[in-house]
Design a binder for this molecule. Structure first.
Ligand SMILES: [Zn+2]
Length: 349
């Protein structure tokens, strides 16, 4: 994983005024698996290149966090922010996005072994539909075809439909503005991969993107519904996570950036997520994480209306007692080393 610049990026985003109020490092994870993920044999595609932490990297980071900071669970964070309890001066909370099967197979045993309680944010659609989320179809296509070939295949697909030609041109043009936006969102990727992911996630009309991914996935990998059965957590996994004291939260239904949806679509997406979790797991206080960290005023209002107690973004800094409950920041796993280095230098100063 390319960590170049991540320490600098974190330092720029963190306020220089450390202060004395408690701070909670909420860490965000996605894939945690070794070279051969659990879907091996599901189809002819290649999951080896799907990036994330290996189990050794994850275990090492969890142990490092445990040496430097004190662990808390989400109910404790909630009680503190609600004015009904305390948290240690420097603590951490682990969160896992996207409802990936990795989280039950790989993460759960490690957390249980270390007596840690995490938060698992699950997109509603993976629980009720046998479909791969676009983000994961893109990861699998990239690891199967590589950047160059996927760009060619996507360009050819777009050129083949009348409403797609303007996008095929955009893909070839490499405009500075698009490259800049792509690099900002996917700073940990190569420029070419960042451009491709940004076009697919943030630019192509959503329906066209869905058609393109379905076509390319069926052509080069196989049945997306078959992959989805191995890729995600199921209800029985969520019940097991809860029985070990972990928290299950919402991560949208369709897993689209809310900045791309209409206000009505945002409200529907959030309320549907809440309803699915309520029906499957019973009524409870639950947190939410915005897909892609994309938070809008409409999404904040929708989360409040749907009864979510907290909502997390991907703004890279620690949680303190001044934070907005519906815009709580989180730090990506790739920035944790830099953050701990800074915590240590502050406590020694
Ligand atoms: Zn996500």
């Amino acid at each position: 994983m390319d960590l170049t610049g991540s320490a600098e990026k974190y330092r720029r985003s963190e306020s220089p005024d450390v202060g004395n109020s408690p701070r909670v490092l909420v860490v965000m994870y996605h894939y945690v698996h070794d070279r051969k993920p659990s879907v091996q044999g599901a189809a002819a595609g290649n999951a080896d290149g799907v990036r994330g932490l290996t189990t050794d990297q994850f275990t090492a980071q969890v142990e490092q966090l445990g040496r430097e900071l004190e662990p808390i669970d989400w109910p404790r964070l909630y009680a503190w922010m609600d004015g009904r309890g305390q948290v240690p001066q420097r603590s951490f909370l682990l969160t896992f996005d996207d409802g990936l099967a990795d989280h039950a197979k790989t993460v759960l045993p490690i957390l249980n072994h270390h007596d840690l309680r995490g938060v698992f944010f699950v997109p509603g659609s993976v629980l009720v539909e046998c479909r791969l989320l676009p983000a994961h179809a893109i990861h699998l296509l990239l690891s199967t075809l590589g950047d160059e070939r996927l760009a060619q295949e996507l360009g050819a697909y777009l050129r083949g439909r009348e409403d797609g030609r303007v996008w095929a041109d955009a893909l070839e043009r490499d405009e500075d503005a698009s490259l800049g936006n792509a690099a900002a969102m996917y700073h940990y990727e190569t420029p070419q991969r960042a451009r491709l992911k940004h076009l697919l996630t943030m630019e192509l009309p959503i329906a066209m993107r869905r058609d393109a991914l379905e076509t390319l996935f069926a052509r080069h990998i196989g049945s997306a519904s078959r992959w989805s059965k191995h890729w995600y957590l199921g209800w029985e996994d969520l019940v097991a996570l809860r029985s070990h004291g972990h928290t299950v939260g919402g991560h949208g239904f369709r897993h689209e950036p809310y900045s791309r949806l209409s206000p009505r679509e945002v409200r529907e997406d959030v309320s549907r997520t809440a309803a699915i979790l309520r029906e499957g797991l019973g009524p409870d206080l639950r947190p939410f994480s915005y897909p892609y960290g994309s938070v809008t005023d409409e999404a904040v209002a929708a989360c409040r209306e749907a009864g979510f107690a907290h909502a997390f973004t991907t703004e890279s800094r620690s949680v303190d007692d001044t934070c907005d409950l519906m815009r709580l920041p989180r730090i990506d796993t790739i920035h944790v080393g830099a953050v701990l280095e800074k915590e240590l230098s502050c406590s020694q100063a």
